[in-house]
Design a protein around this ligand. Structure first.
Ligand code: NAD
Ligand code: UDP
Ligand code: UDP
Length: 341
């Protein structure tokens, strides 16, 4: 009887994806805020595979349990329902702070909450990092450069953001988050890392995410009009999610407190991007123009020399390769949706 109850208490690890075995001296306790979101869940996967203890914290605004369900019950994994605007107490070695809406329609939905998440939320995590002496990485963004006059954008560029425009809640939210990181580093000796992330895509983006990659792929798969906001001459540079996750982990384990751009410099106009996706899907969608988005940055491409030099990092997955994997993912998701209806 004793033996069978012990078996009941110990989950069968063979039911989970494989994790590296580590002795306790080398195993870290790592907090990932925004851990059930698109990027967060891929980061959780990699840290789990590496054999660490991972706490995924999320308020499920845009994240989903489904993105991490394959770990639920694993002895190294913990899922916490919490909003970072409220203080949070735990003992950890490292914090990856990703909690924040990221897609324009999501961050504009409740601009006040977006600002609170990035300001008060970041203060709370920094207070935690200070108390337990954890190393903390902030998921910042290329949006700190705003609609840039310098192209491509190096980390030394200070940016051009409209403080009273519709993107301000997010852009200024992330800018103050960076300022807080630097202030806690100078004043309280918190060990900080700042990743300036450029447009990233891949499986597990939400069907209603609203960013260009998921919108265009879904529109193409359903043979519905592909919607370009404005003339489509604006550019973006798209990075596949596995490259970003590798970059975030390399940055955390480096010794630089300077901000580091993480992105793929392969740049396309949005017009060209629409055609690329339509062709890859083999779709008959027409391409249509909608009104331009207000304050839409007109060009964006990362200068990644700093990441190459300090982290020995550069993206490995080409945009086309990444798009194929993402199209496969959405094809399956849409099939599941149809089946449910
Ligand atoms: P996402 O929306 O999928 O993930 C964000 C996660 O944060 C979600 O799980 C959401 O529920 C959670 N969250 C939001 N507010 C919260 C709060 N107050 N408390 C707790 N959890 C909260 O978006 P993503 O693309 O995975 O973005 C992750 C991070 O990377 C964000 O900080 C984003 O600003 C940054 N980033 C992403 C990109 C990109 O292209 N994906 C580019 C630049 C920066
Ligand atoms: N905080 C937290 N978890 C902790 C430690 C602090 O959420 O483990 C919060 C705390 O509520 C505070 C914020 O982090 O509001 C900033 O902490 P700090 O120590 O810098 O500020 P103070 O408490 O001195 O105002
Ligand atoms: N965009 C578009 N159609 C869409 C969604 C976005 O033309 O259905 C454009 C948007 O105006 C911007 C670019 O694609 O110029 C990237 O938008 P996204 O929201 O993905 O990210 P951003 O880099 O603007 O935060």
């Amino acid at each position: 009887r004793e033996q069978s109850s012990a078996n009941l208490q110990r989950p069968n690890e063979s039911n989970y994806p494989k994790v590296k075995s580590r002795n306790e001296d080398h195993r870290l306790r790592i907090l990932v805020t925004g851990g059930t979101g698109f990027v967060g869940s891929h980061l959780v996967d990699k840290l789990m595979h590496e054999g660490h203890e991972v706490i995924a914290l999320d308020n499920y605004f845009t994240g989903r349990r489904k993105n991490v369900e394959h770990w639920i019950g694993h002895p190294n994994f913990e899922l916490v329902h919490h909003d970072v605007v409220n203080p949070y107490y735990i003992e950890v070695d490292q914090i990856y702070h990703l909690a924040s809406p990221a897609s324009p329609p999501h961050y504009m939905y409740n601009p006040v909450k977006t600002i609170k998440t990035n300001s008060i939320g970041t203060i709370n995590l920094l207070g935690l990092a200070k108390r337990v002496k954890a190393k903390m990485l902030l998921a910042s963004t290329s949006e700190v450069y705003g609609d840039p006059e310098v192209h491509p954008q190096p980390e030394t560029y200070w940016g051009r953001v409209n403080t009273i425009g519709p993107r301000s809640c997010y852009d200024e939210g992330k800018r103050v988050a960076e300022s807080l990181m630097v202030a806690y580093n100078k004043q309280e000796n918190v060990d900080i890392r700042i990743a300036r992330i450029f447009n990233t895509f891949g499986p597990r983006m939400h069907i209603n995410d609203g960013r260009v990659v998921s919108n265009f792929i879904i529109q193409a798969l359903e043979n519905k009009p592909i919607t370009i906001y404005g003339g489509g001459e604006q550019t973006r540079s798209f990075q596949y999610v596995s490259d970003l996750v590798d970059g975030l982990i390399a940055l955390m384990n480096s010794n630089t407190t300077l901000p580091v751009n993480l992105g793929n410099p392969e740049e396309h106009t949005i017009k060209n991007f629409a055609t690329i996706i339509r062709d890859l899907v083999g779709s008959t969608s027409p391409i249509v123009n909608k009104p331009a988005a207000e304050d839409d940055p007109q060009q964006r491409r990362p200068d990644i020399n700093r990441a190459a030099k300090l982290l020995n990092w550069s993206p490995k997955v080409s945009m086309n390769e990444g798009l194929k994997l993402t199209i496969d993912y959405f094809r399956k998701e849409l099939e599941k949706e149809r089946f449910r209806r």
